[in-house]
Design a protein around this ligand. Structure first.
Ligand SMILES: Cc1ncc(C[n+]2csc(CCOP(=O)(O)OP(=O)(O)O)c2C)c(N)n1
Ligand SMILES: [Mg+2]
Length: 661
């Protein structure tokens, strides 16, 4: 007879999750580091009760619980914390998130979309209304006249890589096993959601003990097909001006060294996407830095006449391709090394499906002895040095720039330069939205493979503070610098309180420029003159948002939440603030450095473009002028390319059968 154990669904869930591991290259770690949550009537007696039992049992043993419970302040934020952690752990470990019925659960939707788009594993456990429906409608239940089984958690379906609802205890094992498979699959991973009705969570059941056996999920490294590697090598050998574009897949596969060796051996220069930045460290001779709309002039110049472009672990977003204008060579061909077939086929590329590290190693040997010509290597060096000089000037602008700045404010590039120079090489910079991610893409010098953490799949304002907590937990030997604009800060300052509670040292660099200034300059470029993007009072006569600046004091706000706040109003004060933040005790909780910047001085131009449609008819001169400029740019856009792989390029035509017409 099967041995069983009687537990509630929630107790079984917690016990099961505590037994899950991942393994790659022979290294094992727990799949879950713990539970983040906010309790309400939907989960406190279910998942909450199960976590309490865990904690009490651990306390009795004198140990920490295997899955510690951390109370968060906002459900969206707790998903960001889990994503920050999992991204920093190369997707091998994550957190589970529990939320109450209704708004608690739907607050996680933005986090779910962010995780799925960035392909980062998180386990979301929203609660649902009673499966039994005896007292329906319950508080916070969606009543839909045409569908009795529709609940608000169905909104997670399009945002999740796996979704299930457990309405009977018997369904739990299959839901959990599928969830673990998806979380640990390098192609399928993203948000995984299991909706748990509030009554089902506390229902008791006799579970077979096998369900709670230790389970190790192997994270695969699929090797590429040899014939595809050969085809790729043959296209690359034919190239005169090849370019590599490194994406997030390089990091997640741990392929940085393989990439560095491939680039050194072949002399092919490397440009990086936001997720791929840091694939080569600053100082590598083949590094061209960021590519595309927020890229370097070096990478964009090489991209403009590249004849073969090798994408490694990139999903070719519009920021990377400069909305498909970055690659202007008429006959440009793409070779895509990607673990996901859906990415590998993009841009009509030759698709080489496989793990990034394995594929780069195979390609390095297939190309052994081949290299780009010397003048091509030289040109990369010249372009890079020119850009690097522009970065120095941006970090330390001349008096002609600084004298024109307002009182007590710096340029954003100066702030980036100071943090870059005064942080340790292993420290991590975290960012997501505003003008800061683009400036970091251009200007940040990455000195460690895990030193650059920008969420730019969803570019979600508010990610920075909560994610930095996860990043710090992922490796407490590194200091974490969350660079956040005033707009991003105001979206989600809540988790400073969680950082105080957990004594998590994160250093938040809060850049006050009084509004959504990135959107302001975008607005200007489409002819809308920064409409509705600054934090100003409504003018009494104009009736528009063009009055005086709002009297917000974000330093006081951060202080009120329990953070240690340092205000800097000169470069010297900023440097002192960074040094003293570095010296702040490792368990001292969050430090916020408040610094004002002048949005009128931008980072050096990328000489690139991003497609944002301009009104085609307008009474405004500014909009009509922007539309004329837009139409010119649109002409250089290349939505479709010739396929890299044709019958002619890959093999001679097979002989026509005799006697064919
Ligand atoms: C949640 C969310 N809402 C809206 C946007 C669109 N958006 C992108 S940047 C930005 C303004 C960011 O302001 P701030 O953080 O102050 O940075 P700044 O632009 O001033 O550098 C907005 C509204 C977004 N990315 N995320
Ligand atoms: Mg701002």
């Amino acid at each position: 007879m099967t041995e069983t154990v009687r537990l509630t669904v929630a107790q079984a869930l917690v016990r099961f999750l505590s037994q899950q591991w991942t393994e790659r290259d022979g290294e094992r770690q727990r799949l879950f580091a713990g539970f983040l949550g906010i309790f309400g009537h939907g989960n406190l007696a279910g998942v909450g009760q199960a976590l309490l039992e865990e904690e009490v049992r651990a306390t009795e043993r004198g140990a920490a619980p295997v899955l510690p419970y951390v109370m968060a302040r906002n459900e969206q934020a707790m998903v960001h914390t889990a994503v920050g952690f999992a991204k920093q752990k190369d997707r091998l470990q994550t957190w589970a998130c529990t939320a109450s019925v209704g708004p608690g659960s739907t607050n996680m939707l933005t986090g779910a979309a962010l995780a799925t788009i960035n392909r980062i594993p998180v386990l979301l456990l929203p609660s649902g209304p009673f499966a039994s429906r005896v007292a329906a409608p319950v508080l916070q239940e969606l009543e839909t006249p045409y569908a009795g089984d529709l609940i608000v958690n169905d909104a997670f379906r399009p945002l999740s890589r796996f979704y299930d609802e457990v309405v009977r205890p018997e369904q739990l094992p299959s839901a959990l096993l599928s969830a673990m498979r998806v979380l640990t699959d390098p192609v399928d991973t993203g948000a995984v959601t299991i909706s748990l009705p509030q009554d089902v969570q506390s229902e008791a059941f006799d579970w077979p003990t096998e369900l709670f056996a230790e389970r190790v999920w192997h994270v695969r490294r699929p090797p590429p097909e040899t014939s595809r590697v050969e085809a790729a090598a043959s296209i690359i050998r034919s190239a005169k001006k090849p370019l590599i574009v490194a994406g997030g897949g390089v990091h997640y596969s741990g392929a940085e060294r393989a990439l560095a060796e491939f680039a050194s051996a072949t002399g092919i220069p490397v440009a990086e996407t936001q997720a791929g930045k840091g694939s080569l460290l600053h100082g590598h001779p083949q590094l061209l830095g960021g590519i595309g709309a927020t890229g370097t002039t070096a990478a964009n110049a090489v991209a403009a006449d590249a004849d073969v472009v090798i994408g490694v672990g990139t999903r070719w977003s519009d920021f990377t391709t400069a909305s498909r204008t970055a690659f202007a060579h008429r006959g440009v061909r793409f070779v895509n090394l990607n673990v996901a077939a859906s990415d590998a086929v993009k841009l009509a590329g030759l698709s080489v499906v496989g793990d990034a590290r394995e594929t780069l190693l195979a390609l390095t040997s297939a190309l052994s002895g081949w290299s780009v010509p010397d003048p091509y290597r030289k040109r990369q060096g010249t372009l890079w040095r020119r850009w690097d000089k522009a970065v120095w000037t941006a970090y330390d602008p001349p008096a002609s720039v600084t004298e024109a700045l307002g009182d007590g404010v710096l340029t954003q590039a100066t702030v980036i330069g100071a943090v870059n120079e005064l942080s340790d090489p292993r420290d991590v910079v975290v960012c997501a939205a505003g003008s800061m991610p683009g400036d970091l893409h251009k200007l940040w010098r990455v000195r460690d493979r895990k030193g650059y953490h920008i969420e730019y799949g969803y570019s979600c304002m508010g990610y920075e503070v909560p994610a930095s907590i996860g990043v710090r937990w992922a490796d407490p030997t590194r200091d974490v610098f969350a660079m956040v604009g005033d707009g991003g800060y105001l979206m989600m300052p809540t988790e400073l309180v969680t950082a105080v509670q957990e004594r998590v040292k994160v250093i938040v660099v809060l850049v006050q420029n009084h509004g959504f200034q990135s959107i302001g300059s975008l607005s200007e470029s489409v002819g809308s003159g920064r409409f509705g993007t600054e934090y100003r009072r409504r003018g009494p006569e104009s009736h528009r948002l063009d009055g005086e600046r709002l009297p917000v004091d974000l330093a006081a706000n951060a202080r009120s939440l329990g953070a240690h706040v340092i205000e800097a109003s000169s470069r010297g004060e900023l440097e002192e603030a960074i040094v003293s933040a570095k010296a702040w005790p490792p368990d001292g909780g969050p430090v916020v450095i408040h610094v004002g910047t002048d949005p009128s001085v931008g980072a050096p131009d990328s000489e690139s473009w991003w497609d944002v449609p301009v009104a085609q008819v307008s009474e405004l001169d500014s909009t009509r002028a922007a539309q004329r400029a837009y139409a010119v740019r649109k002409e250089s856009q290349r939505p479709y390319l010739e396929p890299a792989e044709t019958a002619q390029t890959l093999s001679p035509h097979p002989a026509e059968p005799e006697g064919s017409p």
